[in-house]
Design a protein around this ligand. Sequence first.
Ligand SMILES: Nc1ncnc2c1ncn2[C@@H]1O[C@H](COP(=O)(O)OP(=O)(O)O)[C@@H](O)[C@H]1O
Ligand SMILES: [Mg+2]
Length: 266
Amino acid sequence: MAPEINGPPGVICAGLAKTWPGGVDAVRPTDIQFAAGQTTALVGASGCGKSTLLRMIAGLETPSAGTIEIGGEPPAQTLRKAGLSVAFQDPSLLPWRSVRGNIELALSLARRPVDRAAIDQLIALVGLEGFADTRPAQLSGGMRQRAAIARALATEPRLLLLDEPFGAVDELTRQQLAQDLPRLWEARGTTTILVTHSVTEAVMLSDRVIVLSPRPAEVVADIAIDLPRPRAPEDARKPGFAAHVDAVFAALSQAGALRDRPLAAQ
Ligand SMILES: Nc1ncnc2c1ncn2[C@@H]1O[C@H](COP(=O)(O)OP(=O)(O)O)[C@@H](O)[C@H]1O
Ligand SMILES: [Mg+2]
């Protein structure tokens, strides 16, 4: 059942579609609204078009059809005003700058004040205390991803787009981030759209999970995650949580998304 959307939608996609040059249909004409201040997870089979959808919302790919509005503006405008941040699986940090240097650059580009204490707080939040002055090459893949998350949060975007940002992060740190990050998003009222292949993570982090069909992506289920917050790792074993995980898996299964490559339960 579709959840109720309170307040003005943060992001409105109308008739959004993407056909790549060469003819690959990645996203079928799709209407999706993401409510302001909510966290929404997109799940679907590998290759179904999740990243394509997110990159269009980020203004990094041009739609073949349809429109995107972020608070009434096109993505390019939001991007220009530094109103949105992305953290993708490939963290794309500048190799010659430290973790702090990468974050400071993002702030300068966004014309935001560089507040050393606030940066240190963010670095600690993502578990990189002691690594502020380290360059990306000296960090593990998971640590680089966490640095990219800190960088994305630093500019306090209205819209945060995360594409499998914890892919290389170890399980314990992942659980810690799943507890800490939503607190920050909620305190700031950030609209967050998260792509993950972990159903448990989607349920843990989100107010709503949108299940996409195998390629070309279209919405097959829209599941409200009306579980209390804050949520802790041990909550994943409670019946209410498990019921939501089951509902997402059932929708994925019905859509044929589990046929080739099962999605991770963890
Ligand atoms: N830059 C690109 N050029 C051409 N085809 C692409 C490009 N990026 C993705 N695709 C194709 O679009 C489809 C969806 O890809 P993607 O959005 O990355 O899926 P997901 O993130 O769900 O795994 C795939 O068939 C992929 O090969
Ligand atoms: Mg992807």
